[in-house]
Ligand binder design. Sequence first.
Ligand SMILES: Cc1cc2nc3c(=O)[nH]c(=O)nc-3n(C[C@H](O)[C@H](O)[C@H](O)COP(=O)(O)OP(=O)(O)OC[C@H]3O[C@@H](n4cnc5c(N)ncnc54)[C@H](O)[C@@H]3O)c2cc1C
Length: 453
Amino acid sequence: MVSEVNLSKNVCVIGAGPSGLVAARELRKEGHSVVVLEQKHDVGGQWLYDPNVEEEDPLGKNKFLEVHSSIYESLRIVSPREIMGYTDFPFLVKKGRDMRRFPGHKELWLYLKDFTDHFGLREMIRFNTRVEYVGMLDYEEFGNGLKWVVKSKEKKHEKMVEEVFDAVVVATGHYSHPRLPAIKGMSTWKRKQMHSHVYRVPEPFRDEVVVIVGNSMSGQDISMELVAVAKEVHLSTKSIDNISVGLSNVISKHNNLYLHAQIDFLEEEGRVIFVDGSWVDADTILYCTGYSYTFPFLDTKGIVDVDDDRVGPLYEHTFPPTLAPSLSFIGIPRKLIGFPFFESQAKWMAQLLSGKRSLPPRDEMMQWIKDFYKSRDAAGIPKHNTHDIANFEYCDRYGDHVGFPHLEEWRKQLCLSALVNADANLETYRDSWDDDELLQEALKSPHFTQLGV
Ligand SMILES: Cc1cc2nc3c(=O)[nH]c(=O)nc-3n(C[C@H](O)[C@H](O)[C@H](O)COP(=O)(O)OP(=O)(O)OC[C@H]3O[C@@H](n4cnc5c(N)ncnc54)[C@H](O)[C@@H]3O)c2cc1C
């Protein structure tokens, strides 16, 4: 629903990554007064590469991590640049920079810096400032009376600053806190164990026997670069009978890369036993097992919580029905392609706060959430994958709430070709573009029809 009212709000955005930046821009466009609190020294979020790692905490178990970015040095984006950029600021090829269609991580960071400078966002951001607490003031006064206390600490001063806002936008990302499997013997295993959050370069693994757990994008990327330096790389996967053609080609090409089923248990002195009874004596186990949602600063009196990586209840993965729009989350969905989705979330949130639009009644929002959970359960999707939305149709429908343009057909097709190409030509898909035949074939498979094209 659209209306003419404009109520300017005092809004705190937490995080200056791709979600927080576009949130700040949309809020300012709507006439709100905005402060962005960012714990790092610059914008970019995950794309602000950090060569440092959590030395003392290689499994990333601390509540507040020192290092936010999980990007490794060789990382290149997985989707073509044409579908990454915000709708009014395309991720263009720039002379003298990384001009590849799938550039390295630095190019995406430079793009985000360009975006920040182009829209003059820097003046709204307080860098080196970590938010340590967000809670409700006047909890009883729901609706317009609801205000938020935000406590933050600036790095150099160590002094906690307390401020009050009309609204808080959480845009803190969810690719930093490791999601670890529960494996018997993990806590007593005596060799090196780490999560891909702390992986940067292959050199420290020279001549080692490394077990990589998980064959997601990171697991595959890291295995492919470790085979050049490690003595042996053992890739352990849940889906040993269902690996992509690309991965199986890579495995047959390298005589020090082995595929295994899941780990059964770990023997204290270093042996790793797989469920089929095979084993290997390993120097390191590297968990490429994904990341968990966590908001260690957020106190909503239990109204919003994280249950097995389901952040809820959230209407359209963005708004907690009883607290919205004064509390919102930008960037929660996973496996979406590019930044335009964050942009549509940001627009909706900013226009709700200014009173231009309104949300459905609370009970309708709760019903939407219930129906959504039910449909995921019925489809056999585990709870921890609640926010994995690899679906163009969903993004288009979401955009309709706020009059946001649908992703053009050609971009969808391009994205699909990239996915298909990646499946078939894992090592080369970013550089060789051979789409048509593959695309037609792939479009028939259930994996791709689920993307809604
Ligand atoms: C290895 C890897 C590869 C990836 N590859 C791709 C890809 O190819 N394509 C793609 O689209 N996406 C990819 N992603 C996902 C990537 O996270 C998103 O592209 C994007 O960065 C999400 O933006 P965000 O702003 O929501 O979160 P982030 O980028 O994580 O930004 C969150 C910001 O919040 C700040 N913050 C967090 N907590 C606090 C706090 N308490 N106080 C103050 N500030 C705080 C952080 O410092 C950070 O700047 C990849 C992620 C990883 C880890």
